[in-house]
Design a protein around this ligand. Structure first.
Ligand code: FAD
Length: 292
């Protein structure tokens, strides 16, 4: 591994100054489960690595049922998945946090790092998209917000500019009769990269027999994770039944442009989009408390 300098920022401003001074020769370090591997294997290089875990607001989260969730970008998966209130409010997020790597990885890996690594197959991103999370970014020009579905721009690339870094992910407050779920397909039971990942959020009518609103996020079917807009909009007003879920899956397949690789050929991945959306919708609807 090539030598690099290490600095631990203790404030957001300090991190911005350190990052801005080094430009694209600086890298942020959160849990290190991607970046350390990438630096060691020469997939990325850096002259300076800026550790953001000493910035208090990066490693904590605040949840209020009326205001929503503010998740510090370097908060590790293990910090959130034991929280019953979060499990109730944002089950898709907890589904994702619980299956990233194994326990050892979850002790280090952050949801913010998973987003900033910007892999097309990242397991948290479909859930973040489905839950309408917004990325709060700090930089030399101040703070800006970017919806997660607009964050990734290409495999391993995102909207972060010189001196910018992710401070927090902000989630809207949970609403009544809503539910969410994340499912992925992998050839093994665990510790594998998603062949396809699907995150779903739904809000039901008072009777619990129709979907009023929905959002679907997809991973591993395009160069970046996607919001399946047409399928999401189409679901509004539809009954909570298998036919609806299957049709939404068919619509979402239209935006899938997967590659073929050793984990699966493109047509298989496209087929999986339909299967996973159907199952994730059924789970999200059940969690939302559907009737009948
Ligand atoms: C054995 C193993 C199994 C894994 N299994 C899975 C899996 O099942 N599913 C899955 O999705 N992933 C998996 N991963 C990858 C997963 O651990 C990472 O994507 C993790 O979530 C990244 O978080 P981190 O805190 O470790 O980030 P780091 O490695 O510290 O950083 C990741 C990237 O994001 C940048 N970055 C981090 N934080 C910020 C920030 N706040 N602002 C700006 N840039 C930032 C870094 O510079 C780096 O480029 C696995 C990794 C390993 C080693």
């Amino acid at each position: 591994m090539k030598d690099f300098d290490y600095a631990a920022a203790s404030t957001v401003d300090e991190a911005v100054s350190l990052l801005a001074a080094q430009g694209d020769r600086a890298r942020v370090l959160a849990g290190g489960t991607d970046i350390i591997v990438q630096l060691r294997e020469g997939l990325r290089s850096a002259d300076l690595v800026v550790d953001v875990k000493k910035i208090p607001e990066l490693v904590r989260y605040e949840f209020d049922a009326k205001r929503g969730l503010r998740l510090g970008a370097a908060t590790s998966c293990y910090q959130i998945y034991g929280d019953e209130a979060l499990k109730q409010a944002y089950p898709a997020l907890i589904d994702s946090a619980s299956l990233i790597g194994g326990w050892q990885i979850q002790g280090r890996a952050s949801i913010g790092g998973n987003l900033c690594n910007s892999s097309p197959a990242a397991d948290s991103i479909p859930s973040l998209i489905a839950l309408a999370a917004v990325a709060e970014i700090a930089g030399p020009q101040g703070v800006r917000d970017v919806p997660v579905e607009k964050f990734c721009t290409a495999p391993g690339r995102n909207v972060l500019g010189r001196g910018e870094f992710l401070v927090a992910l902000k989630f809207p407050a949970p609403v009544a009769r809503s539910g969410s779920a994340y499912l992925r397909f992998i050839p093994r039971n665990e510790m594998d990269i998603a062949v396809v990942g699907a995150g779903v959020w739904v809000r039901l009518n008072d009777a619990g027999n129709k979907i009023e609103e929905a959002r679907i996020g997809l991973a591993a079917v395009a160069p970046t994770p996607l919001l399946a807009e047409e399928a999401s909009t189409w679901l509004a007003g539809k009954p909570t039944d298998e036919k609806t879920y299957a049709e939404a899956g068919e619509l979402a397949k239209k935006i899938a442009t997967p590659i073929s690789d050793r984990r699966g050929p493109a047509d298989y991945r496209t087929h999986l989009v339909g299967v996973l959306i159907k199952r994730a919708l059924a789970k999200a609807v059940e969690r939302a408390g559907a009737s009948g």
